[in-house]
Design a protein around this ligand. Structure first.
Ligand SMILES: C[S@@+](CC[C@H](N)C(=O)[O-])C[C@H]1O[C@@H](n2cnc3c(N)ncnc32)[C@H](O)[C@@H]1O
Length: 265
């Protein structure tokens, strides 16, 4: 089967090489499925054409937080302040039940502070960089907070996790290999964590993460969520004060906030 879509700015060609690829009972059904997939790609291209016009240039500073792990990276290399409204919205979500919150990635401790302001009963933080984990423990001690700090990668401390009313996930790839792997295999950096979140989320709990989605969720992203959760709610957070010279790998003034619930156990 061959399909061709011509537009003023691009042309899409699709050739299905075998008859058993996308093979519903009737040919008309196959046509419908394939045409829809191609149409969706054109709609997506048109939409990202409009979004691209709003991008700031940013600077090449990929993985600027890569360090020797002995010292904490510079604050701006951990997280730039334009992300504050995202942190606040995510923190509000996970602290709304005032229960036990699991936070993955302490970073600058900004979201941790926001979660504390939400009067949560308990707060567990997983952090893999020893110097940052130490800053987390210092912050908790200096402020008399009862925070459980699990030092290590979330991949390695899963055996110590409990059940939580809110789960907040905000990490970044620690090196270029992890970055390449994450972008090649997943719709979003948090995707490999989805099964872990579902396993450790209470039945009426909420899970949120840094979505890396601009104005909607890709189908692959939604499908990955529905593998693990019964419900998702999504909302665009607009008006972010994104600097022209942003160092993060994000170049537009909005991001989707995702809240997943109803873990499938
Ligand atoms: C962007 S920062 C988090 C910023 C934080 N939300 C804040 O408000 O300051 C990401 C943090 O995740 C940590 N991290 C990265 N990969 C991790 C992993 N696999 N497990 C645990 N922590 C990780 C990094 O060391 C860093 O401290």
């Amino acid at each position: 089967m061959r399909r061709l879509k011509r537009r003023a700015n691009y042309e899409l060609q699709l050739q299905l090489k075998t008859d058993d690829f996308i093979a519903p009972p009737r040919p008309a059904q196959r046509n419908w499925l394939v045409n829809r997939a191609l149409s969706e790609l054109t709609w997506d291209l048109d939409a990202i054409h409009d979004l691209a016009a709003r991008f700031v240039p940013g600077v090449e500073a990929l993985l600027n937080h890569e360090n020797d792990n002995d010292s904490a990276p510079e604050a701006d290399d951990i997280m730039e302040l334009w992300q504050l409204p995202i942190m606040q919205r995510m923190a509000d979500c996970v602290s709304s039940s005032h229960g036990h919150v699991l936070e993955i990635g302490y970073g600058r401790g900004i979201s941790a502070e926001m979660i504390q302001q939400g009067n949560v009963r308990e707060h567990t933080i997983v952090e893999c960089v020893p110097a940052i984990a130490q800053q987390c423990r210092d912050w908790a001690r200096e402020n008399g907070l009862n925070i459980h700090v699990l030092e290590g990668r979330w991949e390695d401390v899963q055996g110590e996790l409990q059940t939580y009313d809110g789960i907040f996930f905000h990490t970044y790839p620690m090196d270029s290999e992890e970055y390449a792997e994450a972008t090649r295999r997943s719709a979003t950096l948090a995707e490999p964590f989805f099964p872990v979140a579902a396993k450790h989320l209470s039945n009426d709990g909420v899970f949120t993460y840094f979505s890396n989605e601009i104005d909607s969720l890709s189908r692959a992203h939604q499908r990955a969520l529905f593998q693990e959760f019964a419900r998702i709610s999504i909302e665009p957070l607009c008006g972010l004060d994104i600097p022209e010279q942003v160092k993060d790998t994000w170049w537009i003034d909005q991001m989707m906030i995702v809240i997943a619930s109803g873990p499938k156990k």
